[in-house]
Every structure is written in structure tokens, then in C-alpha cells.
Ligand binder design. Structure first.
Ligand code: ACO
Length: 329
């Protein structure tokens, strides 16, 4: 198998912002409650008519440019998303056309908040095997398209955003992707889902009237699972590689709730100065949180070439993922 590195990183959020105070005019909530329970101050929202592929495009182009490539060099696209432009065609196809990646094949990957980690793992193995030379990994979601803005228990949590990386073969001494651990637990399906719009419950007037095309969640159940499994999967991948939390330079978790990230960091024995938390300004952007966090960490000088980094995610399904890597940019 060939060693694989992250050769380029890009991220994008739409300019529209919804603050906690804006939400407090829409539902019975306060800035204080949201900040205290989640750590979120504001989140971004697309303009009417803007779709997931639209916000993915600038992120993808930035990642390709940083890799020193053009879209025609990309031969494989994996697009992690829960909010595709349409059920079909796939958003990977839409993006391929929008960026002119005419030599790439690809597909969408549905793993909710683990979308980026699972897409990264999939593309990594394609490049490692020689089936791809330059793979584009995208995590992007327009969560505002499936949020019920009259439900205070969910509308405060999510935002819109996009991130992308390009994976290429690493040179012999270059930092590269090291290991991963992913798992799913389908018994958690009811805790976080969008009930209608699929083959089980196709769209009807009744499903719309009952608001079944919005996401629903049992927040407490998701919270408990996320804390337990993020810690478990992180420990598993570290132990497998003879490492502990103390060996890490940076922990980049999926950004759902500040308290989930802090509890996970504590479980793996990490001081908070090795943990990235940027959900304050984005909320939970589902498949985009990890590339957005990597981007902000790099801008702040907290992510440097050669750093040992652990990514973890928990999402609807449930899906759980973790990737250990040496940062290569
Ligand atoms: N504003 C004010 N009050 C609220 C709000 C709000 N926005 N939302 C809920 N409340 C109320 C509830 O109605 C409840 O009132 P009650 O005691 O009178 O019944 C009270 O606040 C406490 O509600 P809890 O649900 O117990 O609050 P909790 O501290 O558990 O926080 C939260 C809720 C933030 C949803 C938390 O459970 C959570 O973050 N869960 C994880 C969910 C998540 O992040 N999902 C994202 C996708 S999956 C993933 O990414 C891991």
C-alpha cells in the first residue's frame, strides 16, 4: 500500500449569519442558554436557492489549488453529506460538473456527522491501493434545509458549511495518514433522524403537515452516546498504535457541543490546550465540522507540519469514526 498525505485543504461558510439573539426572536430561547449548554454563539446560513454543492465548490477549488493541481487532475470524489442537493443525481456528480473535474468518478457518502471521517478513510484507501492518484474528499451540509426553525431543541445547534481535502501519494519521509477506526451502531437510528422523504415514508401532504422532513433528535441519548463512543474510539486507535493522549499535538473532534468535546478530551487524558473548539462561530455543520476546525487551527498557528493529530466523529446512525495522522501541510 502507498503512503497517503493530505495535499490540500479548503473550507467555506456562506456569509449569512444567525446569532443566538436572532434565534431568541424565533423560538423561546436565550443567548445564555445556548452558550452555556452548547458553546455556540452563531452559525452560518445559505442564501435562498444556494445548495450544498454551491458551498462545497469554493472549498473544493481551494483544496485542489493548495495541492498544486487543477480539477482535471482529480480522479476520484467522495462527498460526505446528509443534505445532498437532490436524492439523485449525487452531489458528487453535481460538484464534478461545477468544478470541471472531468476525469473523476465518485459518489456521495451518507454517514451524517461522520461523513468527513468516513469519506477521508474511503479516499485514503483508494489512493493507497493505487486505484486513485489524487482524490477529492468533501464534507458539506446545508443543515438549514432540514431544520425546523420552530423547534428550539434542534434549531439552535446546526449551521451550514463546507470543507474539502485532496489526498495524494506521500513521499518516503513525508507526514501521512497513519491509522483509522470506524464503527456503526444501527440500534441508535431513532435517536437522530429525518423520518420522511425516503422510500420508507415518501413525501405526501401528510408528511409535510406533520413536519417529518425535518431532523429530529433525542438530544440526551445522542449526548450520552457521543461522549462514550468518542472516548472509546479515540482510545482504541491510540492504543493500537502504542500511543496515549499525551502523545498527540492536536485533537480535532466533530463539533457538536462543547461539553461533548471537553468530556471526550478528559476521557483520553488531553489538556484543553491540545483541543480545537470552533463551534462557537459555526454550530454543528455536520460533515463540514472537521475540515473547518483544521482550517481554523492552521490559521491560528495551532496546526503545523508534522503534528500528530487525532480526528474523531459521532453522528446519526449511529456512526463513529477516528483517523490518526501526521499533518502534512
Ligand atoms: N432554549 C431554552 N431551553 C431549551 C432549549 C433552548 N434552545 N432547548 C431545550 N430547552 C429546554 C428543554 O425543554 C428542557 O426544559 P425542561 O427541563 O423544562 O423540560 C431544558 O431546556 C433542558 O433540556 P435538556 O435536553 O435536558 O438540555 P441539555 O442540557 O441536555 O442540552 C442539548 C440539550 C444541547 C440538545 C444536548 O442534549 C446535546 O447537545 N445533545 C447532543 C445533540 C447533538 O449535538 N446532536 C448533533 C448531531 S449528532 C452529533 O453530532 C454527535
Amino acid at each position: 500500500m502507498r503512503p497517503v498525505k493530505i495535499a490540500g485543504l479548503g473550507a467555506y461558510v456562506p456569509p449569512g449569519v444567525i446569532t443566538n439573539d436572532d434565534l431568541s426572536k424565533m423560538v423561546d430561547t436565550t443567548d445564555e442558554w445556548i452558550l452555556q449548554r452548547t458553546g455556540i454563539r452563531e452559525r452560518h446560513k445559505v442564501a435562498p436557492g444556494e445548495a450544498t454543492s454551491d458551498i462545497a465548490k469554493p472549498a473544493a477549488l481551494a483544496a485542489i489549488a493548495e495541492a498544486g493541481l487543477t480539477p482535471k487532475d482529480i480522479d476520484f470524489i467522495v462527498f460526505g453529506t446528509t443534505t445532498p442537493d437532490t436524492i439523485f443525481p449525487s452531489t458528487a456528480c453535481v460538484l464534478q460538473a461545477k468544478i470541471g473535474a472531468t476525469n473523476a468518478w465518485g459518489f456521495d457518502l451518507g454517514a451524517a456527522c461522520s461523513g468527513f471521517v468516513y469519506a477521508l478513510t474511503t479516499a485514503w484507501k483508494m489512493v493507497a491501493s493505487g486505484a486513485s492518484d489524487h482524490a477529492l474528499v468533501v464534507g458539506a451540509d446545508v443543515m438549514s434545509s432540514i431544520i425546523d426553525y420552530t423547534d428550539r431543541s434542534t434549531c439552535v445547534l446546526f449551521g451550514d458549511g463546507a470543507g474539502a481535502v485532496v489526498l495524494s501519494v506521500a513521499g518516503p519521509d513525508e507526514p501521512c495518514l497513519i491509522d483509522f477506526a470506524n464503527e456503526i451502531d444501527g440500534h441508535g437510528g431513532d435517536a437522530l433522524c429525518m423520518p420522511a422523504g425516503g422510500s420508507k415514508l415518501p413525501a405526501t401532504h401528510e408528511t409535510v403537515d406533520k413536519k417529518l422532513h425535518y431532523m429530529r433528535q433525542d438530544g440526551a441519548a445522542v449526548f450520552k452516546f457521543a461522549v462514550r463512543q468518542s472516548g472509546e474510539i479515540a482510545t482504541r486507535v491510540l492504543t493500537k498504535n502504542g500511543l496515549t493522549g499525551a502523545d498527540l499535538d492536536l485533537f480535532v473532534s466533530h463539533q457538536a457541543n462543547r461539553r461533548i468535546i471537553e468530556a471526550t478530551a478528559e476521557r483520553i487524558g488531553l489538556p484543553m490546550d491540545k483541543v480545537i473548539i470552533n463551534l462557537e462561530y459555526y454550530g454543528n455543520t455536520t460533515a463540514a465540522t472537521i475540515p473547518l476546525a483544521l482550517m481554523d487551527a492552521r490559521k491560528d498557528g495551532r496546526l503545523k507540519k508534522g503534528d500528530l493529530v487525532l480526528l474523531t466523529s459521532v453522528g446519526a446512525g449511529f456512526t463513529v469514526g477516528s483517523v490518526l495522522l501526521r499533518w502534512s501541510l
